[in-house]
Design a protein around this ligand. Sequence first.
Ligand SMILES: Nc1ncnc2c1ncn2[C@@H]1O[C@H](COP(=O)(O)OP(=O)(O)OP(=O)(O)O)[C@@H](O)[C@H]1O
Ligand SMILES: [Mg+2]
Length: 216
Amino acid sequence: MIELRELGFGYRGGPDIFSDLDTSFEPGTISALVGRSGSGKSTLLYLIGLMLTPRTGAIIVNGMDAAQLPDWSRAEIRAQMMGFVFQDALLDPARSVLDNILEGALYGRASITEYQDRAIELLDTFGVEVDPSRKPGQISGGQAQRVALCRAFVTSPEIVLADEPTGNLDVETAHIVWNALFDRAAAGATVIVATHDRIRAETCDQVVEVGNGAHR
Ligand SMILES: Nc1ncnc2c1ncn2[C@@H]1O[C@H](COP(=O)(O)OP(=O)(O)OP(=O)(O)O)[C@@H](O)[C@H]1O
Ligand SMILES: [Mg+2]
């Protein structure tokens, strides 16, 4: 379970984006973060993903205030528990599609061949029909987004944080991606998705409205 307690955050020298945010995310559920562009959806995912440190309040992961832990410890929690899909995929251009997917799996518990098989399986599930030895510069934006999903899913993490994972996808492919996210939740994971897709958001277990325009 992830719990945000009186969470406050603003970028360095900037105004508060959140103040006194209280909400929680249960295992086995999928939550949608919605709100206008610039309202702070990505920022909230970075906070939950322990990549940013709050100004005030707590981010409770597994009963601990993870925001207060040292960097190495937060990195460990991230590697062992979380899969993160960045809004713009953020693949390493110097590595192959396959190596990008396996990057986070180096810290995992299964063998690398096991992860490799799973990576190939995921590429197939998400309909990414490219040679996994290709570099990210040689695939489309929508394919890159799905490769980023494969990377987040390959270790079957307990927490999946996805930032507009269907933003560049056609309706049919978006459907496959949403199904995969719902499946992770059904398998017991805590899934949080930032999205502009209001219709999909309404089908999630929880909708969190980020920002109300008050800070802008
Ligand atoms: N690194 C940064 N430094 C300073 N301000 C930032 C930084 N990143 C984002 N912001 C600002 O923080 C606010 C929230 O941005 P964020 O990216 O979280 O919004 P968002 O809801 O994800 O928007 P979108 O729907 O366009 O993806 C915006 O006003 C943005 O300009
Ligand atoms: Mg965003």
